[in-house]
Design a protein around this ligand. Structure first.
Ligand code: SAH
Length: 230
């Protein structure tokens, strides 16, 4: 079972959307656990302050290393410590698979202008970004990352097969999908999908996955071709 601890100044944001659907059911069924720790509980003063002005000047506030350090010391036992950060390594499906193998994760959610750099060094923290844009807080990023990780845990997706063809598994985007009605507004589902011919369907899907990836994500296509040649 994956045990997740999130360090945040807004514990009430959790589980948020992770409490719904597959991830919510998995939480209820103890396929993973989530503890939201309030960083303010580790503040030193009666105002429960967690931030201070940046050394060297500049806009905004920085989360204090002493308060954050105390929160980490009191809650982290083992496993990776991750800081959600726009400066981190971009999060990918590969990383989601990697994290789904862990037994314990401690995730720090930043606010304001982020956290004091010394905390990252002192605890050998891994920085992960969910994309090249700036959010107001790490909570949103942590939930997105956890959503991708939790759905990979054993028994969370009903049908394990539905994983292998998905976009980003094997670098290819998924082929187009259709359901009933067979005809809608003059548009008909591709005939091959109604043929019951499994090999032909598989070939069609592979061709479409390659065509879609070439058109929409040439960068991924290159990775796919490299993976085929190695
Ligand atoms: N001043 C910082 C941005 C702070 S944004 C900078 O320029 O790098 C406030 C918090 O939101 C961050 O501490 C981080 O935890 C979170 N955050 C913002 N954008 C993010 C992203 N793309 N990925 C992951 N976390 C992000």
């Amino acid at each position: 079972m994956l045990k997740v601890k999130v360090l945040t100044i807004f514990p009430e944001i959790f589980p948020g959307f992770l409490g719904y659907s597959l991830t919510g059911k998995a939480l209820e069924e103890d396929k993973w656990s989530l503890t939201a720790v309030n960083i303010r509980d580790y503040a030193f003063d009666k105002h429960k302050s967690v931030d201070d002005t940046p050394c060297g000047g500049g806009a905004g506030m920085i989360m204090r290393p002493d308060v954050l350090g105390r929160a980490i010391e009191a809650n982290h036992t083992t496993g990776k410590i991750i800081y959600m950060s726009p400066k981190g390594t971009p999060f990918t499906q590969k990383k989601a698979h990697e994290l789904s193998q862990e037994s314990e994760l401690t995730i720090i959610c930043g606010r304001f202008e982020g956290i004091d750099e010394r905390v990252i060094e002192a605890y050998n923290i891994e920085e992960i970004s969910i994309g090249d844009y700036i959010l107001t807080g790490g909570e949103q990023a942590a939930q997105i990352m956890l959503d991708a990780v939790v759905r990979l845990l054993p028994g969370v997706l009903g049908n394990e097969d539905s994983l292998s063809d998905e976009s980003f598994e094997n670098y290819l985007l998924e082929y187009p999908q259709y359901t009933r009605p067979i005809e809608w507004c003059g548009r008909v589902v591709p005939e091959v999908l109604l043929s019951g011919h499994h090999q032909k369907i598989e070939e069609w899907r592979k061709d479409k996955a390659i065509a879609t990836t070439t058109a929409k994500r040439p960068d991924l296509m290159k990775k796919y071709l490299d993976s085929q040649n190695s």
